[in-house]
Structures are given as C-alpha cells and as structure tokens.
Write a new protein. Structure first.
Length: 103
C-alpha cells in the first residue's frame, strides 16, 4: 500500500506553487538589485524552501486542476504577494547563506 501511495504522490500530487516559485525566483534574480545574491544550488534551494514554507501549499491532482489553480493564482494581488515573499527570501538567504561566502 505504501508503495502505491508513493507512486501516486510522485505521478499525481503536485504542489503547483513549486513551479511558480521557481519561475518567480528566476525572474527576480535577473534584477540588478540582486546582482550580489548567491545563485549556487544550495542558496537557490534555500530560497525556494523558505518561500514555500511561508505560503500555504496548493496541491492539484490533474493537469486540468493544475491549469485552473495556476490561472487563479496569477491574479494581480497574488503576484504582488508572491513577489514580496520571494524578495524577502532572497534577502534573508543572501544575508545568511548556509555556506561560506564564495559563490
């Protein structure tokens, strides 16, 4: 039973915010104001995980559900809120990376 549930999770359960967050991090890190931010794999993971932990998970179980949820979350206010959370994460991780200060 556990194997079946794990397979279902891998194939069907999707926190669609993960993809949106990764896209948003990529977009914001291109901004000149974050030119000094470390973009190593560990810092990118830390930024993503910090951001995701600040937001409620948004799970879908189908492609249609994923599309509908993404459309709703792309409303203007949601984008503003999301930007603020990602910016906060970038600043926080940049100030306190979980590694030495070399990029």
């Amino acid at each position: 039973m556990l194997e079946k549930l794990q397979k279902i999770k891998e194939e069907r359960l999707n926190n669609f915010l993960e993809d949106i967050i990764l896209e948003k991090i990529n977009e914001l890190l291109k901004d000149d104001s974050f030119a000094d931010a470390c973009t190593c794999e560990q810092c990118l993971l830390d930024i993503a995980s910090y951001t995701l932990n600040q937001l409620p998970a948004k799970y879908t179980t189908s492609d249609k559900g994923n599309v509908m949820a993404r459309l709703k979350d792309f409303e203007e206010q949601s984008q503003v809120d999301l930007n603020l959370v990602v910016i906060k994460a970038i600043k926080k991780i940049s100030k306190n990376p979980s590694h030495s200060s070399s990029k």
